[in-house]
Design a protein around this ligand. Structure first.
Ligand code: SIN
Ligand code: FE2
Length: 215
């Protein structure tokens, strides 16, 4: 199917991606106003920055965090840190709307009681991409990953347990939520370069919120 067909998919549509993995089309739309207001507050306190990978490359995606733990990386590697290394301050608190959305999306996907400590906020400017990776810096894989797409559309790659496994290309648009957990928790995933465009609310960018229970 094409992204345009998916964009027409009615909110509330749940699309399976594998065992414990699904796309909840439009699930974040009822939270939109609260999410965008809270996002501004978080980013004012902890501005976006481009991390340097352990290999010395600047990531094309700009990142920030909220919650009691934030995902950070530098030449020494990746870790969860209670403080923003740029300011030395604790990360901004998880906004209530963020926590409610994450809990509700996980619940619908079959994962009860999801109370993430960490929300990674990714900003994809035009052309930014995220190469295939597994989310495995968490101590406990019992909880799912909840990933919320806002702004410009993108293609989310959902692979298998080996980097070389074939990937599903999943078009995601503003308001879509992808949840993967249980047997799918450690599947490789990534995002293709974001195509030029402008979103009515967010302009020339895609924002992704990734919720994780770390410990
Ligand atoms: C991530 O894997 O951390 C983000 C995925 C996305 O931006 O959709
Ligand atoms: Fe990830």
């Amino acid at each position: 199917m094409t992204p345009d067909l998916f964009a027409d998919t009615p909110p509330g549509w749940h699309e399976p991606l594998g065992e414990g993995a699904m796309v909840l089309r439009g699930f974040a739309l009822p939270f939109e106003a609260a999410l965008l207001a809270a996002l501004d507050t978080v980013i004012a306190a902890a501005p976006f920055r481009h991390l340097i990978t352990p290999g010395g490359f600047k990531m094309s995606v700009a990142m920030s965090n909220c919650g009691t733990l934030g995902w950070v990386g530098d030449r020494r590697g990746y870790r969860y840190d209670p403080r923003d290394p740029d300011s030395g301050l604790p990360w901004p608190a998880m906004p209530a709307a963020f926590a409610r959305l994450a809990l509700a999306a996980a619940q619908v996907a079959g994962f009860d009681g999801f109370t993430p400590e960490a929300c990674l906020i990714n900003r994809y400017d035009i052309g930014a991409r995220l190469s295939l990776h597994q989310d495995k810096d968490e101590l406990d894989y019992a909880h799912p990953i909840v990933s919320v797409s806002l702004g410009l559309p993108a293609v989310f790659l959902f692979g298998g347990f080996e980097r070389s496994d074939p990937q599903q290309r999943v078009p995601v648009v503003h308001g879509d939520v992808v949840v993967w957990g249980g047997p799918s928790r450690l599947r490789y995933h990534g995002v293709l370069p974001v195509k030029p465009g402008s979103h009515p609310l967010l302009g020339e960018r895609r924002i992704n919120l990734t919720f994780r229970k770390v410990r």
